[in-house]
Write a protein that binds this ligand. Sequence first.
Ligand code: NAG
Ligand code: NAG
Ligand code: NAG
Ligand code: NAG
Ligand code: NAG
Ligand code: NAG
Length: 509
Amino acid sequence: MPCFISLCLYFLLVLKPVRTITEDVEVLVILPKNNSYLFSYPRVAPAIDYAQQRLKKDGGEYSGLQFKIQYENSDCGNDALFTLVDKSCEKKPDLILGPACEYAAAAVVRLASHWNIPVISAGALATGFSHKNTEYSHLTRIAPSYLKMAETFTAMFQYFTWKSALLVYEDDKEERNCFFTLEGVYHLLGDYNIVTYAIHSKEDRLDTDDILQNIYDTEVVIMCAGADIIREIMLAAHRRRLTSGNYIFFNIELFNSSSYGNGSWKRGDKYDNEARQAYASLNTVTLLRTVKPEFENFSMEVQKSIQKAGVHDCKDCGSINMFVEGFHDALLLYAIALHEAMKNGHSKKDGAEITARMWNRTFEGIAGQVSMDGNGDRNGDFSLMVMTNVEAGTYEVRPTKITPDVVANYFGVNGSFQVLPAFNTDRFTLQGRRKTHTEIPDKSCGLGVSALTGIIVGALLGTAMLMAFYFFRKNYRITIERRTQREECDIGKHRQLREDSIRSNFSAA
Ligand SMILES: *[C@@H]1O[C@H](CO)[C@@H](O)[C@H](O)[C@H]1NC(C)=O
Ligand SMILES: *[C@@H]1O[C@H](CO)[C@@H](O)[C@H](O)[C@H]1NC(C)=O
Ligand SMILES: *[C@@H]1O[C@H](CO)[C@@H](O)[C@H](O)[C@H]1NC(C)=O
Ligand SMILES: *[C@@H]1O[C@H](CO)[C@@H](O)[C@H](O)[C@H]1NC(C)=O
Ligand SMILES: *[C@@H]1O[C@H](CO)[C@@H](O)[C@H](O)[C@H]1NC(C)=O
Ligand SMILES: *[C@@H]1O[C@H](CO)[C@@H](O)[C@H](O)[C@H]1NC(C)=O
């Protein structure tokens, strides 16, 4: 017996200092091959390599993890699912990275959850993926979802006390990125008056008149569409004098930083000047970018690999976007969680256990701190950009800053909306709102300029009270109408989403 105890003690002493855990991990990366996607695997692979090298080289806790990484083309569609099934015939992977396209991800995540395989994606940003208690239980989202982005709008609506919005989105009926983007906003702005407007870019000619018809009852216009459509709408709004502060215009442009500044309004046509003026009242919500010294090295190494691999079919492949960064951090997060799970006696096949350990934690990513919420979704930080320098037509540039055009930031981790020195409240205050309301009684009483002031005051007061009553009734009615309209729309949308998630993306078109 004492011998047994000393044997145990021996093992405890011997085993305790051995902190590295050795394990082979099969990783299946399912992403499109086509470099027109920001998250194509030729773009993402160098970042995953970098993470792998870093984990190995550190000589620390994670250096015993051997990642065997296999890249497969999802083609942003059904191929993603077929790949997973085909590859799993021989051997199921231990970890899946991707898919990023919504419809590809839906099928893969459902099957992976059923097979108890963790999935980490820097995409799959749609609101539906938040339902982790059932079909998407093994999904961890390493990049902020559209719902997280929408928090920026709830924060602004509270801050500026706006009440209504028109959501304008381009719907290609295929990947539907803008549909999903504004779906997030729609979900979170449930307590406000919301009207939605879809532009079916493939079928119809852009009818800006029709869009602007919907603007009149709203205060805020939130748009997600291609740069050309945004320009058309802004031009039309400018011609109708809707850009003089009586409406607030937003454009959501999360990933493509090359479309800011000149890229957004400049086309070299005769409308450039007008467009530049119109864009002076356009605000852009985008990702908050942070960098730290290490990031420079990462960025350079990724560029080197891209060049070495001879990826020539895209001009901005060397630039680090949210997806590239996300898939790098995905491998780190998995290593941390796997290591922790194995230390606690679980194996790499305990997908649920490893997934749980990736959620509700904060770790140091390649560009800064990454905070995962209790639902396995990353908390997001977003920036509000404006174009202040109308003369030069560029977004205001403040040197020494990486995000030079920013007037405010939203931090998802603590829900704070922080205005920066360049911020100007007037820009976000609705101008001439009350004036348009009182203009109507003014006009009808306009003849009484020379009459006795008492009569005017009395008449104005009476009218004002009548108008107030009238407007109260009217607003009330509008609110009710909107609400029922919205509820119907809600039902419609849910039905649509459910159908969508069953159908393949192409049959929905
Ligand atoms: C990649 O996608 C773009 C846009 O969808 C398409 O025009 C191009 O032909 C595709 N390239 C390949 C190699 O499939
Ligand atoms: C990014 O924006 C620029 C300018 O608007 C556009 O030419 C380019 O195609 C966009 N890239 C992607 C990947 O959307
Ligand atoms: C924008 O256009 C101005 C004037 O044409 C030019 O000087 C500037 O370099 C451009 N900026 C970018 C980022 O392209
Ligand atoms: C990045 O850092 C590593 C080691 O820290 C170094 O070997 C490498 O040369 C650096 N790369 C660049 C492009 O500076
Ligand atoms: C997240 O972790 C904190 C403590 O670190 C805990 O209080 C909280 O309940 C956890 N949340 C969830 C959803 O697990
Ligand atoms: C919220 O978090 C951000 C980033 O971590 C920090 O800069 C900011 O001061 C925080 N704000 C509040 C009110 O705690």
